[in-house]
Design a protein around this ligand. Structure first.
Ligand SMILES: Cc1cc2nc3c(=O)[nH]c(=O)nc-3n(C[C@H](O)[C@H](O)[C@H](O)COP(=O)(O)O)c2cc1C
Length: 363
């Protein structure tokens, strides 16, 4: 089985396939998700020893002044390009269950995996933003049904990858006949599977199926161990051992003051307020009874990194927060930066060596 475990704490870049990346901001240096920028970034990340490039699965922008994420690369074709342009780093595809026929997806993934000689990984998502599905003319099933469909989808995909001969499948959502795909993924191995979700059903789905559960740390650092222990326990209930993946927005500057000022500049003063509102509303994060501070915090997180946990500070503080996340049971961080090409070199030069010294990553 494939694992993402070369380092105690795996690291990758998240969201570079979409305009604006994770930061919902109008600042002029916001991310331009051109192919050339993506290719250069993947090569830079690989040379720095990062483990993966993870795309957002987006089909439509969030509106606002920048139409945040309005330009996005489809993730399976993006991953194929990234894998062809690199030789060591892993590239994920973020795949929406109901938008891809499972047999077509199984073949697309096998193709990408062979291009990357075993470096493709799947981030499976069951559906989120209704307007995206409307744009594609596909019904977004009710929440629980999405995961039921997801289970059938994954059963077909994994069988298509492994079954040497034709098979049939009869489910509620899919009925396939004499399904027989070749080539199989690299060396006949199943690609790494990550499933993203926050709800109990989403987590249960990941516990049953994923090698790693991709979850959002909504609470503070003190609650990380409790969250990860609960996720691991759910997986243990199915006799499985899984890793925990989470998303972080990294703002690293020579001093904490500079880092906080930069966060305030891009995520508060220059937040793309309408796009933030559309994101918060679309995800159902507006709940009755929220205090003004809770509302502001949700918006800061949305603008700061698409809901990601903010890691703000000087290199020592950023490395120390990453250590706390690791000690709390997080095995991989999917990192957003306002401008990946401009901001990653500082993280590479200042944070990565500290993580090595802390024993979280090998040199
Ligand atoms: C960390 C994280 C990353 C996600 N990334 C994407 C994404 O790129 N595209 C997408 O459509 N949904 C994404 N999702 C949404 C989930 O797949 C899921 O639809 C959403 O969390 C709602 O389901 P839930 O109520 O089970 O959590 C992400 C969710 C989490 C927690």
């Amino acid at each position: 089985m494939r694992r993402l475990d070369r380092h105690k704490l795996s690291l990758g870049l998240f969201g570079a396939n979409c305009s604006g990346g994770l930061a919902v901001t109008t600042v002029p240096e916001r991310w331009d998700a051109s192919w050339e920028n993506n290719r250069r970034l993947a090569v830079m990340a690989e040379e720095a020893g990062l483990d993966f490039m993870l795309p957002l699965g987006r089909w439509k922008g969030y509106g606002g002044e920048t139409d945040h994420n309005g330009s996005s690369f489809e993730t399976l074709t993006w991953a194929s390009g990234i894998l062809a342009a690199t030789s060591r780093i892993m590239a994920f595809g973020t795949v929406h269950v109901s938008l891809f026929n499972p047999v077509v997806a199984a073949k697309q993934i096998a193709t990408a995996d062979l291009i990357g000689q075993g470096r493709f990984a799947l981030n499976l998502v069951c559906g989120w933003n209704r307007d995206e599905f409307d744009m594609l003319g596909v019904d977004l099933a009710e929440h629980e049904d999405r995961y039921e469909q997801g289970q059938e989808w994954l059963d077909i995909v994994t069988r298509a990858w492994s079954c040497p001969t034709a098979f049939d499948y009869d489910g509620k959502y899919y009925r396939v006949r004499h399904t027989d795909i070749h080539p199989k993924p690299h060396k006949g191995e199943r690609p790494l599977i990550v499933c993203a979700g926050n709800s109990p059903t989403g987590r249960d789905f990941a516990a049953r199926n994923a090698d790693m559960m991709f979850t959002n740390l909504r609470a503070g650092l003190d609650d990380v161990s409790e969250t990860t222990a609960a996720l691991r326990q759910m997986a243990a209930g199915y006799g499985r051992d899984i890793g925990v993946f989470t998303n972080v927005a990294v703002i690293c500057r020579p001093t904490r003051k500079e880092a906080e000022e930069y966060f305030h500049y891009y995520a508060v003063e220059n937040a793309d307020a309408d796009a933030v509102e559309n994101m918060v509303e679309g995800r159902g994060l507006n709940k009755p009874g929220q205090s003004a501070e809770e509302k502001a915090q949700i918006r800061r997180r949305a603008a700061g990194g698409n809901g990601a946990f903010p890691v703000i500070g000087c290199p020592d503080e950023v490395a120390a927060t990453m250590r706390r996340l690791s000690e709390g049971g997080v095995s991989a961080l999917a990192v957003g930066l306002v401008n990946y090409l401009e901001h990653f070199p500082y993280v590479r030069d200042e944070v990565l060596p500290r993580l090595e010294r802390l024993g979280l990553r090998e040199g």
